[in-house]
Design a binder for this molecule. Sequence first.
Ligand code: NAD
Ligand code: IPM
Ligand code: MN
Length: 357
Amino acid sequence: MMEYNIAVIKGDGIGPEVVDAAIEVLNEIGKKYKHNFKYEEVLAGGVAYDVYNNPLPEETLEICRNSDAVILGAVGGPKWDDLPGDKRPEAALLGLRKGLGLYANLRPAILFEALSDACPLKPEIIGEGLDICVVRELTGGIYFGDRGYKETEMGMAAYDIMIYSKQEIERIAKVAFNMAQKRSKILTSVDKANILESSRLWRKTVEEVAKDYPDVTLNHMYVDNAAMQLVRYPQQFDVIVTENMFGDILSDEASMITGSIGMLPSASLGENNKGMYEPVHGSAPDIAGQGKANPIATIMSIAMMLKYSFNLSEESENIEFAVKKALDEGHRTLDIVSKGDNALGTKEMTQVILKNI
Ligand code: NAD
Ligand code: IPM
Ligand code: MN
């Protein structure tokens, strides 16, 4: 029996609710395929700040470093919004990403056929469905550049610096080109090269990397146009590669095309196959503790973990199948329900998916 050591960070708000759901599904996979998934729960985010006065205790990072993969729910919430930046729950997320070297964030936005009703776009725009993957650079850019306050002629000012090295751009571009090669061989690189110096380096570097991938068609698009094109004609996209903040924003936009932010999983990867797996959504303070959250984003993140970190494709596809079947059968959580229909809670949706494993 293979043993897999997984660090589990439930986090804040709906984090514990969706992680508990996903772990139930993973345990079912373990039973069916005879794998031993071992969990070590560690604290990060607001809950860690409350206990340790530190959103990312060193012990948490160390345990994550020593595990085969990390599952994370979500961090943050109004309770901690007035803390200084380095004490905020969100700082834990950045510390984990940087500390574990997870520079490549894959965010697949797939519209399940059964959910075409939940997609706010007209049927003729959706066409045959939608399958986009946003490859977001995760350990550079404005998230990690110098920030602070300084005196200016307009008085006190705050700044955040967007900075990218050529090497950081090269390695994320390679991830995106490799993915495009395995898919439809179309890659859109999104930047703001008409304004930003870091984007001009981005574009030039992506062009250079493209020489090693002659079978992939590379397009460049400005981020403002990309935001518009995503709702005008999403079919034109397959793999999108972009810097940290643009990827954050565009993936939330893409998530809505799949019906809800509650549907979008993610994998954060580095040089080895260790990864961190988390839903794209946040801690959803407005519905936290009510048992209403859609667990599918986290459950699909587990499917990504099985595929990318453990090389268990069949098990991963089993989860995808179980989710698809639940949706085909008409089961819906609050965020994807049609008007007038009954919505399932987190636990009920999880039970339906479990039955399909
Ligand atoms: P959010 O994603 O938490 O919520 C946005 C909206 O989507 C809310 O109305 C929420 O109810 C809904 N929603 C989100 N996930 C859902 C789910 N699984 N099922 C049903 N509905 C869902 O974004 P926000 O409100 O901007 O941020 C709330 C907090 O979460 C903030 O503190 C933010 O910093 C944090 N955040 C954390 C992460 C993360 O941990 N990865 C990601 C995004 C935001
Ligand atoms: C995400 C979140 C995070 C980000 C925040 C909470 C730091 O929005 O994972 O998309 O901006 O990366
Ligand atoms: Mn985000």
